[in-house]
Structure formats: structure tokens, C-alpha cells
Design a protein around this ligand. Structure first.
Ligand SMILES: Cc1cc2nc3c(=O)[nH]c(=O)nc-3n(C[C@H](O)[C@H](O)[C@H](O)COP(=O)(O)OP(=O)(O)OC[C@H]3O[C@@H](n4cnc5c(N)ncnc54)[C@H](O)[C@@H]3O)c2cc1C
Length: 306
């Protein structure tokens, strides 16, 4: 299979997510080329293949109309069967525009593969659907963290400059950082996070109590934030924050891919879960099969006694 991978560049930097696209291509056994709009003098993706490189000073960092036109030119040359984006704000915006222009099938937020078909969540992650596109070309976005990073992101690409008269109606005015509201989990060295397993809002105090006893901050999974038990600026995951603490304690969190994507760079992970088969156990350094309502008060008491 021939793939075209669409790498991203933001605020003057190449995003590491391109290695996830490479990992996916590797799993699919695909021959891949890559497209990137970037500063031509800056860092380039590490891979051995054709890199179609558009100059950011000319075509803009975030300009979906223009980037679509550039991509259509590259598609003419490469004839890919699959065009792969990250499931990011750039990918969400650009992938459907391209799919419409190409009359291609689009499958968004792919999290796994099953017998050559693509698996994506539905109903807010409660169900999964397995899909194959019947089209000549399929446009795909990949959920962050679903396919890992390509360990073997090595090599020097063959750069093919992308030029042309692409024009669009959007001018990027700049980026605005989200409010952290007094707490910035991305800088915390210890994070204790609450998942749906806390059961009720009163039990957030247990998680916050353990965080305090450890000298850290508390975070939460998305259902806890959606239930308004914890503020959004503490949500960890693809639609929340990406964190990389020395210690991450996941309390009553199952380990959905969207949560793991936000905390997988933690140095040491402790998970507390009543279900011994919860997926978080696969990546935890210490997995306590226990009821958090029983274990957390004991841990807090022991830590306070030190
Ligand atoms: C587009 C999209 C974006 C998303 N973004 C995010 C995101 O940024 N962050 C995020 O977290 N999720 C995100 N999600 C949701 C994600 O798919 C999962 O639904 C969510 O992470 C599950 O949260 P959870 O682990 O807290 O809950 P659940 O999956 O319900 O897990 C609860 C866990 O608690 C355990 N448990 C129950 N009782 C106890 C107890 N007494 N003691 C100990 N353990 C107990 C259970 O065994 C279970 O494993 C997103 C989903 C979509 C579709």
C-alpha cells in the first residue's frame, strides 16, 4: 500500500506526532511519503523517503485552504491509497476538506486495526466501530498515542520542494494559550488523577488528599471533568493536558487510549483499580488491584505519619 503522511509544524517547530504516523505506516507495511509545511532551514522529520516540503513563510503554518491545494498536487504525483493525518486540530480541519476534493472515504480518530480494517470509537468512546473504505483513496486521522511512536524514526528524507500558486482566504492571526487557572499540571512532578471509579464527587477529596500528602497536584480523566467534579484545567488526555511527571497515580482510571496519550510520558505510573484486567495495568509500573476508597485513606495516613 502507498501512504501519504501529513506531518505538522506549529509555532516554528516540527511536531513529534509525525513519528506516530510512521509507526502506523510501519504496522500497515506501507510505503510512505510525507508532506510538511515548515521552515525549510529547520528540523526535518527523520525518515527515509520522499518529503514534500512547502515553505511556511510562503504558505503559512495553519492555512487549510492553501495546504489542501498543495496536498492535491502531491497526491497527483504520489497516487497514495491512504492519506494519514494526526487527529489534531490541524488534521480535523484539513482531512475532511481533502477527502471532499478527492471524493475519498474518510475515517476519523482511528485507534486500532483489526484484520486490515480500521477501528474508531463512537458514542463518546463507549462503542467501537470497524470500518473499511471502498474508495480508491482513504483519508484517515489517527488518535494520539494509539499506535505508539516509531522507535525507528531514523534516516534523512529526500526533499522535494512544493511550490505553486495556492491561495486561501484565511490568515493565521496567532495562537492563544489556554488558561491554566492557577494550576499548570504540565509542570507538576507528581500527579494523582481521579477517574470515574471515584464514584461520586465527594471522593475527589481522597484523590486531592493523596496528591497533597505526596506534595503534588491532582488531575482527572474526562468523565470526571464532564461531570463537573473537577475543573477542565486538570483534565489529562488528548482533549486535556499532556503531562510528564516523575510519578503519576491513576485512581479508578481504566486506561482508555485518549487518557494514556496524555500521561504516557510519566516516568513512573501507579494504578489503583478494582478490575485486575483494566488496560491501565498493562502500562503501570505498580498495579494495585484495590478499592480506592479503602486504599487512599490508608496511603494518606501513612504518608502523613512520615
Ligand atoms: C474525542 C475523545 C476525546 C477524549 N479525550 C479524553 C481525554 O482527554 N482524557 C480522558 O481521560 N478521556 C478522554 N476521552 C474519554 C475516553 O475515551 C474514556 O472514556 C475515559 O478516559 C474513561 O475515563 P475513566 O478511565 O475515568 O472511566 P472508565 O473507563 O469508566 O473507568 C473507570 C475505572 O474505574 C475502575 N473502578 C471502579 N470502581 C473503582 C474503585 N472503587 N476503586 C478503584 N477502581 C475502580 C473500573 O474498574 C474502571 O477501570 C475522550 C474520548 C473521545 C471520544
Amino acid at each position: 500500500m502507498k501512504m501519504l503522511l501529513v506531518a505538522e509544524y506549529r509555532q516554528g517547530e516540527l511536531l513529534e506526532s509525525y513519528t506516530e504516523l510512521l509507526a502506523f505506516a510501519g504496522i500497515m507495511g506501507a510505503e510512505s511519503a510525507m508532506f510538511l509545511t515548515a521552515g525549510t532551514a529547520g528540523e526535518l522529520p527523520k525518515f527515509s523517503g520522499r518529503l514534500y516540503l512547502a515553505e511556511v513563510a510562503e504558505f503559512g503554518e495553519y492555512n487549510p485552504d492553501v495546504h489542501k491545494q498543495l496536498l492535491l498536487e502531491v497526491v497527483e504525483k504520489e497516487h497514495p491509497e491512504m492519506i494519514v493525518f494526526s487527529h489534531s486540530s490541524y488534521g480535523w480541519d484539513l482531512a475532511p476538506r481533502l477527502a471532499v476534493s478527492l471524493k475519498a472515504g474518510q475515517i476519523s480518530e482511528v485507534v486500532a486495526l483489526q484484520d486490515g480494517a480500521l477501528v474508531a470509537p463512537v458514542c463518546n468512546g463507549k462503542l467501537r466501530r470497524t470500518m473499511k473504505s471502498r474508495g480508491r483513496i482513504t483519508v484517515v486521522t489517527l488518535q494520539a498515542g494509539a499506535f505508539g511512536l516509531a522507535d525507528a524514526a531514523v534516516g534523512v528524507p529526500t526533499v522535494i520542494p512544493v511550490t505553486g500558486n495556492a491561495k486561501g482566504n484565511i490568515d493565521l492571526q496567532g495562537y492563544e494559550m489556554a488558561e491554566h487557572g492557577g494550576v499548570d499540571l504540565s509542570k507538576a512532578e507528581i500527579i494523582v488523577s481521579a477517574g470515574r471509579g471515584v464514584g461520586k464527587p465527594e471522593n475527589i477529596a481522597l484523590v486531592a488528599g493523596l496528591a497533597k500528602a505526596l506534595g503534588g497536584e491532582y488531575g482527572a480523566s474526562r468523565p470526571v471533568v464532564d461531570s463537573l467534579w473537577v475543573e477542565h484545567n486538570r483534565q489529562v488526555g488528548t482533549t486535556g493536558l499532556t503531562v510528564s511527571p516523575k510519578l503519576y497515580v491513576a485512581c479508578g482510571i481504566s486506561g482508555a487510549v485518549q487518557h494514556l496519550a496524555g500521561m504516557k510520558k510519566s516516568e513512573f505510573v501507579v494504578a489503583i483499580n478494582t478490575d485486575k484486567d483494566a488496560p491501565i495495568g498493562d502500562m503501570a509500573d505498580v498495579f494495585a488491584v484495590a478499592d480506592l476508597k479503602q486504599l487512599l485513606p490508608l496511603l494518606i495516613e501513612k504518608l502523613q505519619a512520615l
